[in-house]
Design a protein around this ligand. Structure first.
Ligand code: HEM
Length: 261
């Protein structure tokens, strides 16, 4: 028997191409599954870079953290661009196979939930669900501080007035918007030359948060384009629910301090 070329065996390409198995003959379902797989893998790529960033921050290596955050943002832009391909499907093409999804929904994506947890969005409802029935990767994430937690710890070590309770909170509890942290970012942005590293870090963090919100906003537009006002396969009321999700911001004080700058 012929050996598979190294390209195929190295990355197990044959197995990869076995994974996309449409349940219908409808035009569009293959692309839907392909794009879902691509996005899942990219969620993991972003998570991996954010993990590198938080390790670098824990070691006070801001340059490395910024490099990893910039790489994460590049992948996030690709994630946003993926919606372009999905938009090639018309609403009637989606309707033709939507029933085969049953109750499958992105809310069940453990790669996405892990990414949200690394970023620091750990609402009690999601934390309970993770402990109750979550994938091991999602649960493991709850034992680690988020990338924002690590950024605040770094700033505390640098002598900024980060309140103690912001750096000692158990990792499974999410950081809540805090006016005292807003003061810290305000000080940094008022003196960017004095606090060059912290300012660079803040710019890298806001770009990651921005790209995440960009992905969510584009997902909402795609959902409106495909579903109008229909409810979701995951049981939510669809676009209406996603609209409330879209109001959430990662690294909240990095958005709010600007009003006072
Ligand atoms: C035709 C394309 C799509 C439609 C119409 C759609 C629709 C929806 C809807 C209605 C929800 C709300 C939850 C529910 O009731 O199901 C949702 C959530 C979600 N979708 Fe999609 N979706 C699409 C494609 C995708 C793709 C390709 C991904 C990425 C793999 C994705 C990832 C997610 C995630 C992660 C959530 C949960 C968001 C959160 O928990 O904040 N979606 N989607």
């Amino acid at each position: 028997m012929n050996r598979a070329p190294e390209y195929v065996s190295y990355a197990r390409m044959d197995e990869l191409h076995e994974l996309q198995r449409p349940r219908s003959d409808a035009r569009g379902e293959l692309n839907f599954i392909l794009l879902s797989h691509v996005k899942e893998l990219l969620f993991r790529a972003v998570t991996d870079d954010l993990d590198t960033a938080r390790h670098a921050l824990a070691g006070d290596d801001v340059a490395d953290a910024c490099l990893a955050l910039s790489r994460a943002a590049r992948t996030q832009r690709v994630l946003v661009a993926c919606w372009e391909s999905m938009n090639g499907m018309s609403a009637d093409e989606f309707v033709a196979f939507r029933h085969v999804l049953n109750d499958a929904s992105g809310v069940q994506s453990f790669a996405y939930r892990t990414l949200e947890f690394v970023m620091g969005n750990r609402p009690p409802r999601q934390v309970e669900a993770a402990y109750r029935e979550g994938h091991p990767l999602v649960r493991a994430e709850l034992a680690r501080p988020s990338v924002y937690d690590e950024a605040l710890r770094y700033l505390a070590r640098r002598g900024f007035a980060v309140p103690a309770d912001c750096v000692t909170r158990p990792p499974e509890e999410q950081h809540e918007p805090d006016p005292r942290i807003e003061e810290v970012w305000l000080e940094i942005y008022r003196h960017p030359d004095r606090y060059r590293d912290a300012h660079r870090l803040a710019e890298c963090l806001i770009e990651v948060a921005y790209q995440f919100s960009h992905w969510r906003a584009t997902h909402l537009l795609v959902v409106e384009r495909m579903l109008g006002g229909k409810s979701g396969t995951g049981g939510s009321d669809g676009a209406a629910w996603l609209r409330t999700v879209n109001e959430h911001r990662f690294f909240p004080e990095l958005w709010t301090f600007r009003t006072r700058l």
